[in-house]
Ligand binder design. Structure first.
Ligand SMILES: [Zn+2]
Length: 109
């Protein structure tokens, strides 16, 4: 899925910092990171600015949300939950299980 289609679907906002940067500064963000064998499925993708994408590295969604909150930052939990809900309905059982677990962890923060 292209960044332009993700902007159409998700609104062009970085899920981590909440900014709406220029198009060229947005990148497809894998909820289940590629380094953890996350695929480029439409439901595994959302949007992040390049800076946040780099800063997150390969951390899980909940682990990075926790790090951001500890640092006094304000990740877009509403957008992240919506994206994880979508991923939890993935036909890929592995991706769906990851999403359900991350939603559980977010619920405890
Ligand atoms: Zn950002």
């Amino acid at each position: 899925m292209t960044v332009d289609r993700l902007i159409g679907r998700d609104g062009g906002i970085c899920v981590w910092c909440g900014r709406a940067p220029w198009r060229a500064d947005l990148t497809a963000e894998h909820l289940l990171p590629r380094a953890r064998h996350g695929h480029g499925l439409a439901e595994n993708l959302t949007l992040a600015c390049r800076r946040c994408n780099r800063r997150r590295r390969t951390r899980s969604v909940a682990a990075y949300v926790r790090a951001q909150i500890d640092a006094g930052e304000h990740p877009r939990l509403d957008l992240l939950r919506e994206a994880l809900e979508r991923l939890s309905r993935s036909a890929s059982r592995r991706h769906a299980q990851y999403a359900r677990r991350e939603l559980q962890l977010l619920g405890r923060l």
